[in-house]
Design a protein around this ligand. Structure first.
Ligand SMILES: [Fe+2]
Ligand SMILES: [Fe+2]
Length: 185
């Protein structure tokens, strides 16, 4: 008889599932040039909803891949293209939005690296409590980070940044995506 899989009891009272009408309303208060970021948030957020449902080897594998991609693209573009322009309006980097956004990225990167190692070494027949907890924490941190960006930061970036700056961000992201696409061919 196989051992019953550990399924943690998660507190979901602080968790709101991604819903399409909310994402559409957020797009209404974010500048069109920054919409690609909001769309990526919605897609990643849906994956996080699934992680919170419990242990699943294929899902964890897929989700870690998705998160890794986001860290390498989306997170990097926020830092490289948005924060580098925001600093002209809010020069403080030891407290405030630039500091907080970067430090949340760092915390998420750290938990992602740890989760990746734990997942690589785990036994699917007997997944550890620690792995499931780590994946739950990673999902929670990402979800909260996305909520903050969707509801507060991106609507405010949309107002603070000039039209030219927002167009430059969209252009820079597109150019880097194209460049990377060509390099990987
Ligand atoms: Fe972010
Ligand atoms: Fe983001």
């Amino acid at each position: 008889m196989s051992r019953p899989k550990y399924q943690p009891k998660l507190d979901l009272t602080d968790w709101q599932k991604t819903n399409v009408s909310e994402s559409e309303k957020i797009l209404g208060i974010v500048a069109p040039e920054l919409h690609s970021f909001i769309e990526e948030h919605a897609s990643l957020s849906q994956w996080m909803d699934r992680v919170r449902e419990g242990y699943n080897t294929e899902l964890y594998d897929k989700v870690l891949g998705e998160i890794g991609h986001e860290l390498d693209h989306h997170f990097l573009y926020e830092e490289k293209y948005i924060l580098s322009r925001l600093v002209k309006h809010i020069p403080e980097t030891e407290v405030g939005p630039i500091y907080k956004l970067k430090s949340e990225h760092e915390i998420i990167r750290k938990h992602y690296e740890e989760a990746k190692i734990m997942f690589k070494n785990h036994d699917p027949e007997n997944p550890s409590h620690e792995l499931i907890q780590k994946m739950g924490l990673l999902a929670y941190l990402l979800k909260k980070h996305i909520e903050k960006e969707d509801h507060y930061l991106f609507p405010l970036f949309s107002l603070v940044l000039s039209k030219d700056e927002k167009e430059e961000i969209a252009r820079d992201v597109k150019a880097e995506e194209m460049r990377r696409g060509m390099e990987s061919e």
